[in-house]
Design a protein around this ligand. Structure first.
Ligand SMILES: *[C@@H]1O[C@H](CO)[C@@H](O)[C@H](O)[C@H]1NC(C)=O
Length: 525
């Protein structure tokens, strides 16, 4: 190719990418490290697609991209979880906390939103009249307050949900699915549900909805009006009603994928992007880990309780028992343990304070993954086709592990003081039975068999939403049909009143004919 032609092409490319580049605000306001992994995935793919990203984050990138990128640091939100006992496995174990109350999660989401919207860096952004965005992408966890950003910038709004198609989020763009076949994400029930389980699911939803309607939502409306009202007033505009705003998202991205079964049906503006957080190809392992895994003749068992719950918060005694138990295996065990306090570590056990998890799981020598069953770890296990032993602790981990067991590539071990012994038995089962690995590989093949990679899908749909000014054509007609109309309760009411009126009239007529004039008296014949 001639040089001038090449230059022309480069210029053309530059010109096109500048023109097409969207200004995107990506909000990741929750002080939960794993969520920021999803946020970083979203940012990475938007940047790769040539867009300009403003990333509002609790965990700012240490070496941020230099082009088309800026961060809004809201790291002080971590104060929300500092010293939270719920994050200690020992505390959870001793207090037998199994199910996280949905009320607590609503309040957590609300508090994070309140802190974010009152953060000086966010206020600065909101008050700058020169700021402009083409689309808002924001993490969604039980609080819809962030939809106010879309009002300020008069642009479409897209939720990025870190879990699957749950009824709590589907109700924002369509209708909540039926509790009869769609268990709550905090529930340990699995399909098909028995009668009592169905009633239990219904009760869970009634409680959630009650708290949302009478406590969370009114408070969020107040915050919405207090924060966004003055911002709009300064711009000479009036604030739309909160209800009109929270049900106005163009799209929801869900962090799940086709290989997971039992997903409810979703409307056309719900898109799965599970796996988006995994970089491809994975980053190379650092040399010591690479050598260790390469040279493990009998394979590697990888153990991590995630970043939210840390292995070091396990009871001391249990940690010692686990170490000793791991020492009995021929396999190399890599344990993500967050400090260097461990003593008498067996020869085959390798402690890492931080683990490049995808790069470890990608290594063919890694035979098994012991995990708390967080959604990101669950997706990675399927992505790399590694069978798992799940030790769920709280939140959605119980459902995730149940699903993995149902899918045939996992075993479940209850968190208890007997963990070391139970885990040993499970490891032995998995080492001797090849079915788990086979199933994990099978699911991995299904997972990878998609029309397009999730990162490309994300960029495409974001662009589509902007190109079509909010993708109103994708919206579900069900969204604005109230529950009583959907269940035909109005018709039922009409049928019931007319029938009872008719019955009443007929009885009156009969009574009259029999000569009884006042109501209520027993017929004499
Ligand atoms: C709802 O979203 C559409 C498309 O993004 C937008 O045009 C409209 O102004 C929004 N409505 C409100 C009340 O924010």
């Amino acid at each position: 190719m001639k040089l001038p032609m090449l230059l022309c092409l480069i210029l053309l490319y530059y010109f096109l990418s500048v023109v097409d580049g969207l200004k995107v605000l990506v909000c990741y306001p929750l002080p939960v490290k794993s969520l920021s992994i999803l946020g970083q995935g979203v940012v990475r793919h938007l940047l790769e697609a040539g867009h300009e990203v403003t990333y509002m984050t609790v965990y700012p990138l240490k070496s941020p991209p230099t082009k088309n990128f800026r961060q809004i640091d809201i790291s002080s939100n971590t104060a929300l979880v500092a010293g939270d006992q719920m994050l200690s496995i020992e505390f959870i174990l001793n207090n037998k906390l199994e199910k996280t109350p949905s009320r607590d999660i609503q309040l957590f989401g609300q508090e994070a939103a309140r802190m974010t919207l009152n953060h000086e860096n966010v206020i600065k952004l909101l008050e700058d009249p020169n700021e402009h965005f083409d689309v808002i992408l924001t993490d969604l966890l039980e609080s819809e307050l962030y939809s106010g950003f879309a009002v300020v910038y008069q642009c479409p709004m897209v939720w990025v949900y870190s879990m699957g198609a749950h009824w709590q989020v589907l109700r924002l763009i369509d209708v909540a699915t039926s509790p009869a076949y769609d268990p709550d994400y905090l529930s340990s029930n699995t399909n098909p549900l028995s009668f009592t389980e169905r009633v239990d699911e219904l009760w869970t939803r009634i409680q959630w909805q009650f708290f949302k309607t009478f406590f969370t939502q009114p408070e969020e409306r107040r915050i919405y009006e207090a924060v966004f009202g003055p911002v709009l007033a300064k711009r000479g505009r009036t604030l739309p009603d909160y209800e009109d705003v929270i049900y106005n998202a163009s799209l929801i991205f869900g962090n799940e994928h086709d290989a997971v079964r039992n997903r409810p049906c979703t409307p056309q503006n719900f898109k799965y992007i599970g796996g988006i957080h995994i970089e491809e190809p994975v980053k190379p392992l650092q040399k010591d880990l690479q050598d260790l895994i390469d040279n493990s003749k009998h394979g590697v068992i990888y153990f991590s309780m995630g970043s939210f719950l840390q292995s070091k918060t396990l009871p001391k005694k249990l940690i010692m028992e686990l170490l000793q138990m791991f020492g009995e295996f021929k396999q190399t065990v890599i344990w993500k343990f967050e400090d260097n306090s461990l003593q008498d570590v067996p020869k085959n056990v390798h402690i890492v304070n931080w683990a490049p998890q995808p790069s470890i799981l990608a290594h063919p020598n890694v035979k098994m993954f012991l995990t708390h069953g967080g959604l990101f770890s669950s997706i990675e296990a399927v992505h790399f086709g590694v069978p798992t032993i799940g030790i769920p602790v709280l939140f959605d981990q119980i459902t995730n592990v149940n699903k993995a067991v149902l899918n045939g590539y996992a075993l479940k071990v209850e968190l208890s003081h007997n963990l070391a012994e139970d885990l040993k038995a499970a490891i032995n089962v998995m080492l001797s039975d090849g079915r788990y690995t086979k199933k994990a590989k099978e699911l991995s093949a299904i997972y990878h068999d998609r029309l397009t990679k999730p990162g490309l899908a994300l960029a495409y749909w974001v662009e589509h939403v902007v190109r079509t000014r909010g993708a109103l054509h994708l919206r579900s007609p069900a969204l604005h049909v109230p529950l009583y109309q959907r269940l035909y309760l109005d018709l039922l009411a009409i049928i019931l009143t007319t029938t009872s009126a008719l019955v009443f009239l007929l009885r009156r007529m009969c009574q009259k004919r029999n000569g009884i004039t006042y109501y209520g008296q027993k017929k004499s014949n």
